[in-house]
Design a binder for this molecule. Structure first.
Ligand code: B12
Length: 137
């Protein structure tokens, strides 16, 4: 009997000590992705996904591509800066026409900022809307 009580007490103690570790462990969070062509009047597309805790935007884009047929993209590896976003849904930037896919971030407060790194380096914050904007430079 005493053994059973001791065993039960140990289980309670362990649960009590380990619960905070489990509860505070970081988990994934939602972000949205908006595809916007500023050069035509094509409809915008919006996607949502969960991104790993401090995961990179490229990972989130791959997740969306895996589960959604309406989102396809290609990148080209740059030796210095990693992946350059070349095309979205078959539409590619063009050096001669001076067009490209610009990377914009809209946090929950609504202010739109231009990302200062590419898709392989950018780490979205929870509930960010990432805007892929086809535009001219
Ligand atoms: C010109 C330029 C551009 C042009 C390039 C097109 C062209 N044909 O000129 C355009 C406007 C397309 C561009 C876009 C972007 N750029 Co830019 N760009 C530059 C700039 C001012 C000069 C690059 C250059 O001509 N070097 C000289 C040539 C001879 O060397 P190169 O190796 O061949 O250059 C190529 C690469 O730099 C590449 N490139 C340019 N920008 C970027 C960004 C990324 C992420 C990648 C992978 C490659 C890449 O395009 C160049 C021409 O082919 C640099 C800053 C600098 N002073 O170096 C920033 C710079 C490289 N760009 C930067 C960024 C952040 C971007 C964007 C992500 C901005 C955005 N929010 O949209 C986008 C890329 C989006 C995407 N589609 O992936 C950052 C990269 C930092 C990083 N660690 O990721 C830099 C360093 C500026 C900064 N903020 O400090 N860019």
């Amino acid at each position: 009997m005493a053994f059973k009580v001791a065993a039960l007490l140990s289980i309670f103690m362990l649960t009590y000590l380990l619960a905070p570790l489990v509860i505070t462990s970081e988990s994934s969070y939602p972000i949205s992705l908006l595809v916007y062509n500023s050069l035509t009047n094509e409809n915008n597309l919006t996607f949502t996904t969960n991104i790993a805790y401090r995961g990179i935007l490229l990972g989130a884009m791959r997740n969306i591509q895996t589960v959604n047929n309406n989102f396809r993209f290609t990148t080209k590896e740059d030796p210095n800066y990693g992946p350059f976003l070349v095309s979205v849904n078959g539409l590619a930037g063009d050096n001669e026409k001076h067009t490209y896919w610009q990377l914009l971030i809209q946090p929950q407060n609504g202010t739109i900022i231009i990302a200062d790194v590419g898709v392989g380096c950018y780490i979205p914050n929870p509930n960010d809307t990432v805007i892929l904007k086809f535009t001219e430079w």
